[in-house]
Design a protein around this ligand. Structure first.
Ligand SMILES: [Zn+2]
Length: 501
């Protein structure tokens, strides 16, 4: 418990770095985390895909490098007990409120106690559900909690592990309604949708006993929902903000391109391509999917998406508020690509092998798509190259071996440029593949059509100036100097610092 009675915010990540937002707000007896994300930059300095924190050490491997704050009454008891950290304390956190479902804002909720309620938008929950259902590791468990390290005495008096389905139960995910405020202890929260590179992103205005706080989350004006960011800004301007926590990922850049420019650019390339169009874009950016879908429609082609995207589209179809925004997974202009898996039975004689063997090639969440009329495999794509835009991310390039793009095919890269050595190396490998399959020429230049999920300098300046905030705290940025230029009262916060109101 904090010793002084003033309202304060402590910054456990997300300052002087991009992402990893974990801000603890304390007001009277109420304690709320604003986001609980992974510090990607710092985490990647120690861990890689094949060098991961060990589950058996619970939070310990992350504590070692300061990647999680060492606070009691916050973490899941099964991990905490197993590592002797705590596990007996009661819950000391009233809630976590999530701005959106990107890993640098929400990935570490996996480590939280299941009795901490997590407030999020419906779309955020759907995306976390998709992450979990289509993921592989235990760290993909967002919406359910699975008890680990549980034992019992068996009949002969030896310890035995308790595992299985009955050890899982849903986390307390509470979906907030964007049209009304909700109360957590002594504070009131207003969640307002903003435009970002995945559906369901929100900014917050938080009314505490000592004044109001605005929190942008990640936002921009140049996507399909720029008017939502505009409304968020207007609310901020009318809320007499004492503090604004404002992102600044791209404050040092200026560009005026929009999502619609991406859609038009894609359309032009598609129209100028005789054979197959191959593309890559972020899996969960459904507004980008829509750009490719619209470009496919206007050129009379079908968009062939992967299974993970089909699954997300399916989940969004079950939501009343989202079902008409994105295409259905069985839309007339969509095809769902079924890759060869373990035994590669998709193109074999199913009469001989049997449906059961085919299903065994895929995890359960894939099974229903095997019966969709709009399913496709390499044969469909290979023999209809003029009629298809084929989604192929960097982990699906093997499909090109079976598809064999014909001469005069194109490749469109619709994702961020590499920002570290590892990404640059990965990108060189992708280019080797594309060169091999005639999708790039020797100059290795690809069609790059992309706009960021973050507002550039002019947009962030507009947020700062329009917010009318008394104090400004730069977050989610490595360029605080711009915030200082654009506001007279900037508080420069270091990691683990607290700011009182
Ligand atoms: Zn984000």
């Amino acid at each position: 418990m904090s010793s002084d009675s003033r309202t304060k915010i402590t910054f456990y990540g997300g300052v002087h770095e991009i992402g990893g937002n974990k801000f603890l707000l304390e007001d009277k007896e109420t304690r709320i985390f604003l986001d609980f994300g992974m510090q990607m930059g710092k985490a990647n300095q120690y861990f890689t895909e094949f060098l991961q924190p060990r589950t058996c050490n619970g939070m310990g491997d992350l504590f070692e490098f300061g990647l999680l704050p060492k606070l009691k009454g916050l973490y899941r008891k099964d991990y905490a007990k197993h590592m002797g950290f705590d596990g007996r304390e009661g819950n000391e956190i009233d809630a976590v409120i999530l701005t959106h479902a990107h890993v640098d804002h929400g990935a570490y909720i996996h480590y939280l106690r299941p009795d901490i309620p997590i407030y999020c938008s419906e779309a955020t929950k759907l995306i976390m559900q998709a992450f979990q259902d289509t993921g592989t590791g235990s760290s993909d468990e967002y919406v359910t909690f699975k008890e680990n390290f549980m034992v019992r005495l068996n009949r002969i008096g030896d310890l035995s592990k308790i595992t299985g389905k009955d050890m899982s139960y849903p986390r307390r995910l509470l979906i907030f309604d964007n049209s009304k405020k909700f109360t957590i202890g002594s504070v009131e929260v207003e969640a307002i949708p903003v435009d970002h590179s995945l559906p369901g992103a929100c900014g917050f205005i938080i009314y505490t006993s000592m004044g109001s706080i605005g929190y942008t989350g990640d936002l921009r004006f140049h996507g399909r929902r720029g008017t939502e960011t505009q409304k968020f800004l207007e609310k901020c301007g009318n809320s007499e903000l004492d503090i604004l926590l404002c992102e600044g990922t791209r404050v040092h850049e200026n560009s005026s391109e929009s999502e619609i420019d991406v859609e038009e650019g894609v359309g032009k390339i598609v129209n100028n391509t005789e054979n197959l169009v191959v593309c890559s874009y972020p899996t969960r950016d459904l507004d980008r999917l829509l750009s490719f879908y619209n470009a496919a429609k206007q050129s009379g082609r079908d968009l062939v998406i992967d299974l993970k995207q089909a699954y997300i589209l399916k989940l969004f179809q079950n939501s009343d508020s989202w079902k008409n925004i994105y295409p259905k997974p069985d839309d007339r202009k969509i095809k769902i690509y079924i890759p060869k898996k373990v035994w590669g039975l998709i193109d074999k004689d199913i009469e001989y092998w049997g449906k059961k063997m085919l299903l065994e090639d895929y995890p359960n969440w894939v099974h229903e798509f095997l019966d969709y009329d709009n399913r496709a495999d390499y044969r469909t794509v290979s023999s209809n190259q003029k009629e298809i835009i084929f989604y192929c991310n960097d982990f699906q390039l093997q499909e090109l071996i079976d598809i064999r793009p014909r001469e005069n095919s194109s490749y469109i890269r619709s994702s961020t440029e590499p920002f570290d050595d590892e990404m640059a190396l990965d990108q060189r490998r992708v280019k080797k593949w594309l060169l091999r399959f005639g999708l790039l020429n020797k100059d290795l230049e690809w069609n790059h059509l992309h706009v960021s999920g973050h507002g550039s300098g002019d947009q962030i300046r507009k947020i700062i100036e329009g917010s009318n905030t008394r104090t400004l705290i730069p977050i989610h940025t490595e360029h605080e100097e711009f915030h200082k230029q654009w506001h007279p009262r900037v508080q420069d916060v270091q990691l683990n610092d607290s700011v009182s109101m």
